[in-house]
Design a protein around this ligand. Structure first.
Ligand SMILES: Cc1cc2nc3c(=O)[nH]c(=O)nc-3n(C[C@H](O)[C@H](O)[C@H](O)COP(=O)(O)O)c2cc1C
Length: 381
């Protein structure tokens, strides 16, 4: 969720926390290995190709790292996907548009992983009928048949699947080159999306201003901010317990938490919100923003936007570029709608179009992987 330096900048340096570093406790409270074991790929004893492919799919980027997927494997050779309705974001994502984008990214990684195994993943969306409009239904989101196919085309982007990250660090001052942006756009070919980007200082300043105001709106509204705070996983102990959400660990968070300076409860207080508000400033010092726009906004298009986003993220990984979505201005709760409209105009999208993803693009120091729940937690066998 945040970096130690950013947190300290806004929280003020506590002598005790600094002392923790000084007394050689910098190894205290690391990311628990079990929480990130998924990033080593499937274990050798995993034989079922569907499960091997799923081991990569669950590494998909997804909002708040909620991992809202359930997979039913009871039909041989088939994986049936349901969206976990207990893992939605009703306040910040009232129509579950972002949740669907995460599911689309999941399916795209699944498709790539299947191809590596010589299987074609035949995806049938909504096999039991569409969900009621703007909601997530109980019926399956899609049925995927794994069909042996010697001609299944392997995707070079798959080589980045275990290395892809969301990078929330400050980005450095290096420019993103037009050729790099063009390469990101090129991997979205064939999908019903439009890739856009800017390195123009004036447009960046305008978009950064909108992003900051949107961040402010989300944080100042109790219900929307609480949706983030609810998934703050503060300290390795919490991270290992949940293996989802937004991770904060290391000696600084550990001490701040144990001393009662940073807990879920005080995160909701004015001082906690002030800290959260200040986190955006260093993030907005960027040389480029990118976005993904679609002409329609039905469930299938949202899934395609998810495929597009993860593909761009994988290509960025290959190019050594960092990516970080800033979704606040795209959220559809009533208080955000003016910012959403302003943001749409600022990226040059038509009123009838939907900006599905908006992200920072640049170069930054590397970050570690985000937790993932175990396969057992998502599979119904
Ligand atoms: C639709 C969507 C919206 C997202 N919005 C944000 C965001 O506003 N801020 C943010 O820090 N990360 C955002 N993310 C990134 C997720 O938080 C991230 O994918 C998740 O925590 C897992 O981390 P990973 O991508 O490093 O595996 C978004 C991801 C998706 C797919």
């Amino acid at each position: 969720m945040t970096t130690r330096r950013n947190f300290l900048r806004v929280a003020g340096t506590s002598a005790v926390i600094l002392a923790a570093g000084g007394y050689g406790l910098t190894q205290c409270d690391p990311m628990p290995e079990v929480a990130v074991e998924a990033w080593a790929g499937p274990k050798p004893n995993v034989r079922d190709p569907r499960v091997r492919a799923l081991s990569f799919a669950l590494l998909a980027p997804n909002p708040h790292n909620k991992q809202p997927w359930i997979v039913d494997l009871r039909e041989p050779g088939v994986a049936t996907f349901l969206c976990d309705r207990a893992r939605l974001l009703p306040e910040t994502d009232p129509y579950s548009r972002q949740i669907m984008i995460g599911c689309g990214a999941f399916l795209e990684l699944l498709r790539m992983a299947a191809a590596e195994l010589g299987l074609r993943a035949e995806v049938t969306p909504f096999p039991a009928g569409d969900w009621p409009e703007n909601s997530v239904g109980e019926q399956p989101m899609c049925r995927v048949a794994f069909v042996p196919d010697a001609g299944a085309k392997r995707d070079p982007l798959f080589a980045q699947a275990l290395k892809r990250r969301t990078n929330r660090n400050s980005f450095d001052a290096t420019a993103v080159l037009p050729a790099e942006a063009a390469a990101l756009g090129a991997v979205l070919e064939g999908l019903p999306v439009r890739f856009g980007w800017t390195a123009d200082g004036r447009q960046i300043a305008q978009l950064a201003g909108i992003a900051k105001r949107a961040w402010d709106i989300e944080i100042k509204k109790d219900a929307t901010f609480k949706e983030s705070v609810d998934v703050f996983r503060i300290t390795g102990e919490e991270i290992a317990k949940h293996r989802d959400g937004l991770s904060m660990h290391g000696p600084f968070f550990w001490w701040a938490n144990k001393l009662g300076l940073f807990t879920k409860d005080n995160a909701m207080e004015p001082s906690g919100r002030a800290q959260a508000l200040a986190l955006i400033d260093p993030q907005l010092a960027v040389r480029a923003f990118g976005w993904i726009v679609t002409a329609t906004n039905d469930r299938r298009t949202q899934l395609a936007a998810g495929a597009a986003y993860v593909r761009a993220n994988l290509k960025a990984t290959e190019l050594g570029l960092a990516m970080h979505p800033l979704s606040q201005a795209l959220q559809e709760f009533p208080e955000m709608l003016p910012s959403l409209a302003e943001h749409k105009r600022a990226v040059g999208a038509a009123e009838s179009e939907t900006v599905q993803m908006f992200f920072r693009l640049g170069r930054a120091s590397a970050v570690g992987p985000a937790p993932r729940r175990p396969l057992d937690a998502i599979i119904r066998a």
